[in-house]
Design a protein around this ligand. Sequence first.
Ligand code: ADE
Length: 253
Amino acid sequence: MRIDIITIFPQMVEAGLAEGVVGRARTRGVLDIVVHDLRAFTTDRHHVVDDVPFGGGPGMVMKPEPLFAAVEALTERRGAPDAVVMTSPAGKPFLQRDACRLACLGHVVWLCGRYEGIDERVHAALATEEVSIGDYVLSGGELPALVMVDAVARLVPGVVGDEDSIVADSFSRGLLDFPHYTRPAVFRGMRVPDVLLSGHHGQIGRWRRLEALRRTAERRPELLATARLDEDERQMLRELGGSSARKDSEGSE
Ligand code: ADE
C-alpha cells in the first residue's frame, strides 16, 4: 500500500513512523509511506502556508494553493489517489470500519491541518473525506494522521506478524476486547481466573466472549446495538443484563 502524508512538520511525522509495527513494515517494503513538506509546494520566497481568515477573527487558515499543488504533483507522478483524507476536529469520527475501508485501497493521501483550520475549498474539491479522531482539539493534524495511518497499516496483509491477533482485536467484531493475563499466576495476591489455567479451550473461549460482552456492556453499551453477536452471545448478554440489574437493585437497598 502507498501512503503519502502532507504536513508542515515532516520530522514529527517521520519520528512517529520510524518504529514498531509500521516502522518494520516500511523497512521490509510492505508499506510505502512517504512524508512531504507542504512548504516545498509553495511558490513564494517565504514558503507561506497560512493566511488571515476572510471575515476576521482569531488565528490563521491554511491556504488552499500549496495543498492542491501537493496532491496534483502526487497525481502526476503516481496517478490519482484512491482517497484524500483531511484531518480536522470538525470531521466525521474515524472508526475501525474506516480503517478497514482505507486498508483495502492502494493509495491514500493524508493532509495534516494546522492553525484554525484548512480553507474550505480543500474539503470541497480536493479531500474525499474530512475526519476527526475524537472530540478534543489538538494543535494539528499530525498526531491524528499518525493514529489513522497506524490503524490502517496494521490491517494491511503482512504488516502485523500474527494475523489472528487482528481478528481478535477490540472492535474487530464491534465489541471491546476481553481481559488478558500472563505469568505469574498470582501477583501481589491477585489471581488469574482459574479457567485460563484449565487448558480447556472451549471454556476459555466462552469465558473470553462473556468478559468481552461484560466490558462492552459496562463501558460502551452503545456498541452493543451494532455488534455482530450470535445467538449464544445474545443469551450471555441477557444473563449479564439480569445480573447487573440485580446488582443495581441490591446496591440501592
Ligand atoms: N486536528 C485537531 N484536532 C483534531 C482531531 N481531534 N481530529 C483530527 N484532526 C484534528
